[in-house]
Design a protein around this ligand. Structure first.
Ligand code: DNO
Length: 361
């Protein structure tokens, strides 16, 4: 496996030199954050970020994310132009040596939390989600609150300038149910997978976070059944998953170890996000340390499932808590994610050693 760490490019306050100092760290997961969704990522810009990463002694094999333009998710006639652009971006990435590209298919919002800094008993803070708050919140009120800049909501990708667009999108999505969204995903995959095959890129769809509908918007990447439908709808070794334990696992009905084992065996995991959460009650959860004795997910079970199936793709720790006074991007500080990476590497080493010894007996 390729231990990896997400880095937000030169705007990230965490320098690559610090990432390099994390024991066992080999690969950086990044993106061209300044290119508007739907536009082509120029080859020269990709090479520039690759150069920085390689100069720090790390690899740049994984991109998270090449985001999918809303017109594609909505199935608008303009989608073909964006699919064409997506294919050019894939070619440019492949030419620069990237071989895994993550994306998601969540309407309007990426992952969402209701509190960015819930205080945990040990004094650290972590992001949390409470369905009761979302349920009672009119999305338009939410947007207004965000415009005031006075709320605790994290809505990645929604810079202030784009708030008015949210209103327009809500209107457009009124006609889109799960089946239509699925058909639009199929159309997108049929458009990009031949290019991915041609240039050797493994596409990795990320589960919806949380894995259920919010604000009445459809969400489909939410369960084992749906994941299976997605990987089969376009049969190709390049059509696979960015399996994220914390996203899918916040619905207790998703048996995470079983899901990892199932898709790893099928060779459908192209990227693994391994992190822990604590489900307080259905629809209410908070993020925890990766190693966390009272949390809800079995990190050992997940790593073992990946190891047993010979997984050799990228794995990264995900959302960390804020610890030791670190101030930074919620979920994306250095310290707790570094601890997470080392814990996951430790599990991997032990599983590897144990299985070798078993074979030698
Ligand atoms: C959250 C991340 C997601 C992920 C995208 C993939 O921290 O795992 O934002 O990058 O959903 O497209």
């Amino acid at each position: 496996m390729l231990m990896s760490f997400r880095w937000y490019g030169s705007i990230d306050y965490i320098p690559l030199s610090h990432i390099k100092q994390i024991p066992g760290m080999r690969n950086v997961v990044s993106a061209l954050y300044s290119i508007p969704v739907g536009e082509v990522w120029p080859y020269e810009d990709i090479v520039e970020i690759k150069k920085q990463i390689e100069e720090a002694g790390l690899l740049f094999k994984t991109v998270e994310s090449v985001n999918v333009h809303e017109d594609i998710k909505l199935g608008l006639p303009t989608r073909d132009r964006y699919i064409e652009n997506y294919c050019i971006t894939l070619k440019n990435l492949a030419k620069a040596g990237v071989n895994v590209v993550c994306y998601n298919f969540m309407p309007v919002f990426d992952w969402i939390r209701t509190d960015l800094a819930k205080v945990l008993p040990d004094g650290s803070t972590a992001m949390s989600y409470d369905e009761k708050i979302i349920r009672d919140l009119d999305p338009y009120v939410l947007v207004a609150k965000m415009e005031e800049g006075s709320n605790g909501f994290e809505m990645p990708g929604w810079e202030k300038e784009r708030f008015s667009e949210i209103k327009r999108l809500f209107e457009l999505y009124k006609d889109i149910d799960e089946e239509k969204l699925f058909a639009n995903l199929k159309y997108f995959l049929e458009g990009i997978i031949p290019t991915a095959e041609e240039c050797g890129i493994k596409m990795a769809i990320h589960p919806d976070d949380p894995p259920w509908s919010i604000f009445g918007l459809p969400r489909i990447v939410i369960s084992r059944e749906n994941l299976e439908r997605i990987v089969k709808v376009v049969a190709s070794p390049c059509n696979g998953l960015a399996l994220c334990s914390g996203s899918l696992g916040s619905n207790a009905r998703n048996d995470i170890v079983e899901i990892f084992r199932y898709f790893a065996k099928m060779g459908k995991i192209h990227f693994a996000h391994v992190r822990n959460i604590k489900i307080e009650e259905p629809g209410v959860f908070h993020e925890t340390a990766h190693k966390s004795d009272d949390s809800s997910l079995d990190m050992f079970g997940i790593m073992k499932a990946l190891h047993e199936t010979g997984y050799d793709g990228p794995i990264r720790p995900d959302h960390g808590r804020m610890i030791w006074g670190e101030q930074g991007r919620p979920g994306y500080g250095l310290y707790d994610r570094a601890l997470g990476a080392v814990y996951l590497s430790g599990l991997w080493d032990a599983i590897e050693r144990y299985s070798q010894e078993g074979k030698n007996k």
